[in-house]
Design a protein around this ligand. Structure first.
Ligand code: 1HN
Length: 352
């Protein structure tokens, strides 16, 4: 591997002639954009503790009325990517959103896709294209690109959820924008997770031939996902990850084009070593406590905490309890990477 020439190797008048014409020599910067063996990564394995941020979010409820916020959110920003840039990883935006009883976060739709993962409280709901989705702890609700959505709360006490959006990617291609809308009509119908898509392996007959909606199922109740994980565990080898992907029930494909969603169960005492992979991710702790080792950094997590995993990182997750299972929710950008053709999983563990 030969040393590449530097900018300083070039005569000043030559460099100025290039600059005047908006030109740049590649070779002095080639290794920055194309390093050997592992990408250049600025993303830090950052932990956001729920215990630390919760009181600040609740305080925002006193400081800022919903009308002054539209969405009352504290953004979980990765310091390695610049705090103002609203990135948890290069592709994933994360925020903790608070809604109080009788508040409304008004109807809109936008080009980035979003999901909500409920962290605390009861009685919140999101209406997606007229479908009223109850928000109970651990429920996942999709608001795909371009679909109308608004939030409300007709219960008691604060409701908090984690928002994950593909905003950094959509923004970076200068395609992020939003349209305001009138409130959606109130609906007392059940969402599709309780009706047409109640059970895996059963679909509305009409959908086999025709009438496929791109997003047939926008709510995944946690009680069903948790039951499914516990059922999978009964049959899993000891060294097998108990890991379920949220998918579109009509196509079996990932729910959204850019971000992917999955739930992981760590059995009592389990030390899980997932393959190193090219996707970046964020992990939210639904239940339990433990430690994750991410590229040599130990993250100690508890219920409600959220942490960022850089691309190509070496990872291990340890359930702290020897008897109780822990449950993790993961968002990653593997769907985007697969579509673009550069997704990789590495079976050998370590990079240096
Ligand atoms: C958004 O639409 C919501 O609908 C939350 O609740 C957070 C962050 C950036 C852009 C759009 C919501 C958002 C957002």
């Amino acid at each position: 591997m030969s040393e590449l020439g530097t900018l300083e190797d070039l005569p000043l008048d030559y460099r100025e002639a290039l600059t005047d014409l908006n030109l740049l020599p590649l070779w002095p910067s080639l290794r920055n954009v194309l390093p050997y063996d592992i990408p250049m990564r600025s993303t830090e394995a950052t932990l956001w503790r729920y215990q630390d941020l919760r009181h600040l979010l609740i305080q925002a409820g006193d400081l800022t009325p919903i009308e002054k916020a539209e969405r009352r959110v504290l953004v979980l920003a990765n310091p390695g990517l610049g705090l103002d840039n609203m990135k948890a990883t290069p592709t994933i935006y994360l925020g903790m959103q608070l809604i109080l009883p009788n508040e409304v976060a008004p109807n809109h739709r936008h080009s980035p896709s979003a999901v909500r993962f409920v962290v605390e409280g009861s009685g919140g709901f999101t209406t997606v294209e007229g479908e009223r989705c109850p928000m109970e702890k651990g429920d996942l609700i999709l608001t795909p690109s371009g679909l109308w959505h608004e939030h409300g709360h007709d219960g008691d006490g604060p409701v908090v959820w984690l928002d994950a959006l593909d905003l950094p990617l959509v923004y970076s291609v200068e395609a992020s924008y939003c349209i305001e809308g009138a409130p959606q009509p109130l609906s007392n119908k059940l969402d599709a997770s309780q009706t047409r898509y109640k059970r895996a392996g059963l679909l509305p007959y009409s959908s086999i031939n025709q009438q496929r909606k791109p997003y047939p199922l926008v709510r995944f109740p946690w009680k069903d996902v948790r039951d499914a994980l516990i059922s999978c565990e009964k049959d899993a080898a000891l060294d097998e990850l108990v890991h379920l992907a949220y998918v579109n029930p009509e196509t079996g494909e990932e729910c959204l084009p850019i971000l992917g969603f999955s739930a992981l169960m760590l059995r009592g005492g389990e030390l899980a070593t997932p393959h190193r992979r090219s996707a970046s991710a964020v992990i939210h702790v639904i239940e339990g406590s433990g430690q994750s080792l991410i590229d040599g950094k130990t993250i100690s997590w508890d219920e409600g905490d959220t942490f960022a995993v850089p691309t190509h990182a070496n990872i291990q997750h340890q359930n702290q309890s020897s008897s109780r299972s822990a449950f993790l929710f993961m968002v990653d950008d593997a769907p985007m990477q697969r579509k673009l053709g550069f997704y990789e999983e590495f079976t050998e563990k370590n990079h240096t």
